[in-house]
Ligand binder design. Structure first.
Ligand code: NAD
Length: 332
């Protein structure tokens, strides 16, 4: 690595950011016990990405910018995913959504484009494989390439069919989550038993799915929504909207508030609406996921090292930051 021309402060800052990010990833993914907000984490990651963009000499293969998720835990069999599970780029700002829209249109050379807006479920990703319609494998994302085999645990989730309505060979992806009501009763129970409480439904879901005893998992009512089919052309599906419909048809649950939109302003409206209305849902959502609707165009756009170019997570402001804002409003 030739870092001769890079200012000393940049080298030091990159080092510090990596240490911090690795520590918080460990707390988040392995201990399921984060101590900073996602927004704070994302801002540090963004600063690191910007520094690496400015000084590419500083990029190393083990930088947190180069990886997705976390390594599998001991105790579960490892599963190599047939197709990699990516992460998503994210933003918290309307301006960056408009920039995303402009960039995608420029790359495709088109003037208008359809997008699917979906709610971003704050759970953990899961990949399922069905053979002749029978559930044969469920794996966590892990580092995107190798995940953990959690089939026995996933089979306890009542809303995940053990058999599809059609005898298909199919691989699908979605999000396992813990309903808010369930989260509350688990924490009430833990508090009575003097056990440490889960920080939020996502941590509780991750902790539950990675229990080594499926009977324990069955006691907690996990749930799931699905949003992706690997190789959709095999089923003659050409858009994300058709993918969502098809999944419902074969018996898989999809989040009911997805919307097909025709321009960036509608994306922003959707995001604003659900920022307000998210409390009415019995599951935690931390933003919207915006996807180019046409699968052909998705393929044309392709992927960066970490995420698809055809999708972006448009996150809601962190709850803590919002509370502070509300406090300020009250003080005025
Ligand atoms: P992500 O949460 O930003 O987004 C990608 C994930 O969104 C997908 O893998 C999928 O599981 C999920 N998702 C939910 N609904 C979806 C939908 N409709 N369509 C597609 N995907 C959907 O990325 P990540 O890699 O899972 O996690 C990184 C995030 O974790 C960061 O943005 C950060 O906020 C958080 N994090 C926080 C800490 C902390 O200490 N607070 C530490 C590490 C990571």
């Amino acid at each position: 690595m030739n870092v001769g021309k890079v200012p000393h402060e940049a080298i030091e800052r990159v080092k510090k950011l990596r240490e911090e990010l690795n520590y918080h990833s460990y707390r988040y993914y392995i201990l399921n016990d984060p101590i900073i907000t996602d927004h704070e984490y994302d801002m540090m990651l963004k600063e690191l990405m910007n520094l690496e963009k400015k000084y590419p000499e500083l990029i190393t293969p083990d930088s947190p910018t180069q990886r997705v998720g976390a390594k599998p835990l001991d105790g579960f069999k490892e599963v190599r995913h047939s197709v990699r599970l990516y992460s998503l780029d994210n933003t918290y700002s309307e301006e960056e959504i408009l920039e995303f829209d402009r960039r995608v249109k420029r790359l495709l050379g088109v003037e208008s484009l359809e997008y699917v807006c979906e709610l971003k479920i704050d759970g953990l990703s899961i990949s399922l494989r069905y053979e002749s319609g029978i559930l044969v494998l469920a794996a966590t994302r892990g580092d995107g390439i190798v995940g953990e085999d959690v089939t026995a645990n996933v089979k306890t989730i009542k809303s995940i069919p053990l058999k599809l309505r059609n005898p298909l060979d199919i691989e699908i992806r979605g999000e396992v989550f813990l309903p808010k009501s369930e989260f509350k009763s688990i924490n009430d129970e833990r508090s009575e038993e003097g056990l440490p409480l889960f920080a939020n439904p996502r941590n509780a879901a991750a902790g539950t799915l990675r229990q080594l005893d499926p009977k324990e998992v069955a006691r907690r009512n996990l749930d799931a929504f699905f949003y992706q089919i690997v190789d959709p052309y095999k089923y003659r599906l050409e858009t994300q909207w058709e993918v969502l419909d098809f999944m419902k048809e074969i018996g898989l649950k999809t989040e009911p508030n997805a919307k097909l939109v025709g321009d960036a302003m509608e994306i922003i409206e959707y995001w604003k609406r659900w920022q307000q209305d998210k409390h009415s849902l019995n599951y935690a959502v931390d933003g919207a996921v915006i996807k180019v609707n046409s699968i052909h165009q998705q393929e044309e756009l392709g992927y960066t090292a970490k995420s698809p170019r055809w999708a972006i997570a448009f996150k809601f402001p962190a709850e803590q930051a919002r509370t502070k804002l509300l406090d300020v409003t009250f003080q005025v």
